[in-house]
Design a protein around this ligand. Structure first.
Ligand code: HEC
Length: 572
């Protein structure tokens, strides 16, 4: 691959774009607040907004398609009006960098020849990568040519586009965006994707479980919690994990809580460029005898984001880590640094289940999730109590692909995109998993031995691409999927097994990270029976946790842990 001449210089480009629009900001341009206020208090003209959106002067359409084709540098906005409220749309245009759409961060590459490229990542293999720049051209760069690569905390979308518009015109563009809704007719195709998720008349409540928030004192970014775990057999001791590599030990007391730093691994853990970092922790089923626990995190190894699964041990008092060297169980190199999976748990069978995403980029263009030679886009099942030649673990005899040439025997199930949290129902042993979708839907699966959950041949119930479809392949369907109207990014939850007399007993509770809504589901004979919106959470929910008594907790990414209170709500 040859580096093209027309390299995209980083800073001047953004300025150049305002220039192209030809209506550069002048003293008469009202300030941001005037645009925001007008757009939040007036109705706009969607037809006029559509013309402006497509006007080459305003350049929105050079980066955004609106037909679901998703072929440009920015996200397809075909469901923008479902996925975002008016206020979010206003902010997305006035402050593009305040929240960056997952998978659309700006990547900057410097080549050995001294050229600089920036764009959103469209393809990455061991040989090279492709970036799409603001003008829609695709640039291929060979890995061997790359001197440095980094992610920018800035959107590729330029600031100040509103300056090309009057307040009324800006409002017209916003109005147009609100009208972009996902077509319903083609979508309500399956029983598992109800058109509406009725809200419970009496919603569940969430209450802060700890008095304090978990934030990093020195960091400008507000937190990045990933999970909560109760110390087995302790009752009142919990561990709170932070993406950056911190683990706090928190002991609930009669008067409050005692918080100490249990582990501090920021030097080891790589937490940039996507949802990477310290993502999960779990305890050995015989933890009280062997004090073993396991962590799931990413490190940077030879320039590659690599997932490590390690085994560590508590000290004899169960207070701190033993200080013994960690045992590396498994490592998995990612290809494009996104969709790093991030959950591990022991099943009722005593084996360790680990889930891994396709590692991106969008579309899974190399077919990782369907490729049984790779651990990407897979649920794995291993035996950490024994070892086999060349492995730090053993392969359970009844894994579905053992003995098949060219297939990784660790695989339990496959066809996953960005699996974000799974759980076992403690009563039935069912394995519930949430898989984050790309363009259209978020899905929930019941994972069974050897099944193919479809990505990237399917997204939810819908066909996505035939590029990696194998002749005669069969696919397991999700049990539930929801559209953009309800959110953008699912967070898998827990089956409530607390109070047997509660109407929520046996309900799977999950959430949408961006919309902060809580959902409750029940199945009958493996098919969706009831799906409801059961409440909302003040912060974005990054995971759930269940304690030994079966109480459920929602972990807020911004630093709060909430206990879910079902007592006054009724699931019906
Ligand atoms: C140079 C390319 C570019 C241009 C021009 C551009 N955008 Fe964007 N836009 C992006 C990228 C990249 C993102 C994703 C990163 C982010 O969230 O900021 C984005 C995000 C958005 C989002 C949020 C979508 C999501 O899924 O989070 C909206 C809404 C949006 N743009 C609207 C517009 C409008 C309206 C215009 C014209 C006034 C416009 N954009 C012009 C590149 C562009």
């Amino acid at each position: 691959m040859k580096v093209p001449r027309c390299s995209l210089p980083v800073v001047p480009l953004l300025l150049a774009f305002v220039g192209i629009a030809g209506l550069a900001a002048s003293a008469e341009v009202p300030d941001l607040e005037a645009y925001r206020k007008h757009a939040l208090t007036h109705e706009g003209d969607a037809g006029r907004g559509r013309e402006l959106f497509n006007d080459p002067k305003l350049i929105c359409a050079s980066c955004h398609s609106v037909d679901g084709s998703a072929g440009k540098a920015g996200p397809d906005l075909f469901a923008a009006g479902d996925a975002f409220g008016r206020r979010d749309l206003v902010e997305a245009v006035l402050h593009p960098s305040s929240t960056i759409a997952p998978g659309y961060g700006t990547v900057v590459v410097e080549t050995k020849a001294g050229a600089l490229f920036q764009g959103t990542l469209k393809q990455k293999t061991d040989a090279g990568l492709q970036l799409m720049g603001v003008d829609g051209t695709l640039v291929s760069i060979a890995i061997a040519e790359i001197k440095a690569q980094s992610g920018l905390p800035l959107s590729l979308m330029p600031e100040g586009l509103h300056a090309n518009l009057t307040v009324q015109e800006f409002n017209d563009v916003i109005e147009y965006l609100t009208t972009l809704k996902q077509a319903e007719s083609t979508l309500v195709s399956d029983h598992g994707m109800p058109r509406d998720l009725p809200q419970l008349a009496k919603q569940v409540k969430v209450q802060p479980f700890f008095t304090t928030e978990f934030n990093l004192p020195s960091s400008k970014v507000k937190s990045g919690l990933t999970s909560l775990h109760q110390l087995p057999g302790s009752g009142n001791v919990f561990f709170v994990l932070h993406q950056k590599g911190m683990i706090w030990r928190v002991e609930k007391t009669a008067t409050g809580e005692e918080k100490t730093l249990f582990a501090d691994l920021p030097a080891e853990v790589f937490s940039e460029r996507g949802p990477n970092g310290l993502l999960d922790m779990t305890f050995h089923p015989k933890f009280r005898e062997n004090r073993k626990y396991y962590l799931f995190y990413q490190v940077l190894e030879e320039g590659k984001v690599t997932t490590h699964i390690v085994e560590k041990q508590f000290d004899a008092e169960f207070k701190g880590d033993s200080g013994q060297a960690a045992r590396l169980i498994l490592k998995i190199a990612s290809v494009a640094e996104d969709h790093s999976g991030g959950c591990l748990l022991f099943g009722p069978d005593g084996f360790l289940y680990i889930v891994m995403g396709d590692t991106g980029p969008h579309n899974d263009p190399n077919g990782h999730a369907q490729n049984l030679q790779l651990l990407l886009g897979k649920m794995m099942r291993i035996d950490v109590d024994h070892t086999e030649a060349g492995l730090a673990y053993a392969i359970p005899k009844d894994n579905p692909f053992t003995g098949q040439p060219g297939v990784r025997p660790e695989i339990w199930a496959y066809g996953l995109r960005n699996p974000w949290r799974f759980c076992f129902d403690r009563l039935t042993g069912d394995l519930w998993l949430a898989d984050v979708g790309q363009d259209r839907v978020e899905e929930v699966d019941i994972i069974r031995r050897g099944e193919n959950y479809g990505w990237n041949v399917f997204e939810g119930f819908e066909p996505f691409s035939n590029q990696f479809r194998k002749e005669g392949g069969t696919f397991a369907k999700p049990v539930f999927a929801y559209r953009r109207k309800y959110g953008n990014s699912i967070t898998g939850g827990q089956v409530y097994r607390g109070d047997k007399n509660s109407s929520f007993y046996g309900v799977y509770v999950c959430a949408d990270f961006t919309s902060r809504r809580l959902f409750g589901l029940t199945l009958e004979n493996g098919i969706l029976k009831t799906a409801r919106e059961i409440g909302t959470v003040p912060q974005r929910v990054v995971s759930f946790s269940e304690d030994e008594a079966g109480r459920l907790y929602a972990i807020g990414y911004e630093g709060m842990i909430y206990q879910i209170d079902f007592t006054e709500a009724r699931f019906e």
